[in-house]
Design a protein around this ligand. Structure first.
Ligand SMILES: [Zn+2]
Length: 449
């Protein structure tokens, strides 16, 4: 009690001596000094706790947070409008392209295209692959320059660190083509026989690779539908095949249809009729599906058969067929591993891992600790370990246990909502109208291979 009295006394003396303004200032600082900073931090999710747990189990590998809602495509195309003070170099540097690449591009363009001839308002197309999660740390795959409306110059990657240059006529007319077919053999073979261009089929398969098992999920009598663009030059010559706008698969009576749509943020993806993106955190067919040996029939493991011990999917494909990382993640194992032969394990988040076995070789640069993107090639099909023929043995592990990849429910990458969903609805209706208006045609018949 004496202490309190003394304090009040001291306070009165202070008030008497110190000007009121200064006193108020001191008092106003008190709450700031007494805020419990520690509790503010504790309220945040403890990202480090998860990280530490991870480093404990996988030596030096650090877990990064995997966003379940945002899966940007590994490689994307960007169209840039040249600004008033822009040079080709400033544009490329702004997009996170290294100086080494910029000088390589300039060397290629020498004597063919003068970079100083680019004008404000002109459009330059770039194809970019992010190299890491850092913003603007990108590799350039391709640059398209248009000296005039009829011609374009393309500089694109041809090897690991080298670029090639070519020029071509700009397509000025786009026509839509539709193809419908019944699957007999693999989807690839059937569509090829029907005259669907090779690149279109490969893209079609990739669009469905998120949740279709192209080895077991396709049966004789299943149907496909596709509508894609065909581009022609001013002279009426076929320039190239464009984008797929509509992709349908009728598997054992279940009809899946996907529509191409560009979101307001510029993300191009395929969505179902409810606005769910086709893209999933993990791919069900993490392999170049066009090269699978047969559409159906190879339902059993070449060695073990499907039993409780063997919870994986086998994809029979020729030696050397590219294998993709099923999702974004980190390589946590890459070695020869007994029956598995050459083996890779990828960690996607604190719960999910995928494993790939019997590889013939690993993709260069794919080493333990390396971060990989979904769809990135990590290795090649082989027959190492205990295996009778070339195939990929693919496993999905949840909390360390192998689960049947066909059984797990994967969340959708994106769900369109609100105004975006209404915009998508209009785009989807237009695609449906275009599709219905077209006759079923295959204007590009190819001879049997
Ligand atoms: Zn297997």
């Amino acid at each position: 009690m004496k202490f309190v009295t003394a304090l009040i006394w001291a306070f009165r003396r202070l008030v008497a001596k110190v000007p009121l303004g200064v006193l108020l200032l001191i008092l106003s600082l008190v709450p700031v000094l007494f805020i419990d900073w520690t509790s503010t931090y504790a309220a945040r999710p403890d990202l480090n706790a998860d990280r530490n747990k991870d480093t404990a189990t996988t030596s030096s590998v650090r877990l990064f947070p995997v966003l379940e809602t945002d899966f940007p495509p590994p490689t994307y195309t960007k169209v840039i409008k040249v600004g008033k003070k822009d040079t080709l170099t400033s544009i490329l540097r702004r997009e996170g392209i290294s100086l080494i690449t910029v000088s390589q591009i300039q060397k290629k363009l020498k004597n063919i295209f003068d970079p100083r001839s680019i004008k404000p308002g002109q459009e330059i197309e770039l194809q970019i692959t992010p190299l890491s999660s850092r913003i603007k740390h990108n590799a350039l795959e391709r640059i398209v320059l248009r000296p005039d409306i009829y011609n374009e110059i393309i500089v694109e990657k041809v090897g690991k660190d080298s670029f090639g240059i070519r020029s071509q006529k700009v397509p000025i007319e786009t026509r839509l083509t539709k193809s419908i077919g019944v699957i007999d053999g693999s989807l690839y073979q059937s569509a090829m026989r029907a005259g669907v261009p090779d690149q279109v089929i490969m893209r079609f398969i990739k669009i469905f690779s998120w949740d279709v098992d192209f080895q077991r999920g396709i049966r004789r009598g299943d149907k496909y539908q596709v509508m894609y663009e065909v581009l022609y030059t001013k002279e009426g010559k076929l320039a190239r095949f464009g984008r797929i706008k509509y992709a349908g698969l009728n598997l054992q009576g279940r009809h899946r249809v996907l529509y191409r749509y560009k979101t307001s943020k510029g993300l191009i993806d395929f969505f179902d009729k409810k606005g769910f993106s086709a893209r999933k955190p993990l791919m069900l067919t993490p392999i170049d599906g066009a090269r699978l040996s047969s559409g159906y029939g190879k339902r059993r493991h070449p060695i073990l058969g499907y039993n409780k011990m063997h919870r994986g999917l086998d994809f029979a494909a020729p030696v050397g067929t590219p294998i993709y990382s099923a999702g974004d993640g980190i390589i946590v194992e890459r070695r020869r591993k007994g029956f598995y032969g050459k083996f890779i394990r990828v960690r996607h988040n604190s719960r999910f891992e995928t494993a790939y076995a019997h590889l013939s070789s690993y993709k260069r640069g794919v080493v333990v600790g390396k971060r990989v993107r979904q769809g990135q090639v990590i290795g090649f099909v082989g027959s190492t370990g205990r295996s009778t023929g070339p195939h990929l043995h693919y496993e999905v592990r949840r909390n360390g246990k192998a689960v049947n990849p066909r059984r797990i429910k994967m969340p959708s990458g994106i769900k369109l909502k609100g105004r975006e969903l209404r915009k998508y609805e209009r785009a989807r209706k237009e695609i449906i109208n275009q599709y219905s208006a077209l006759p079923d045609q295959n204007p590009f018949p190819v001879s049997e291979k």
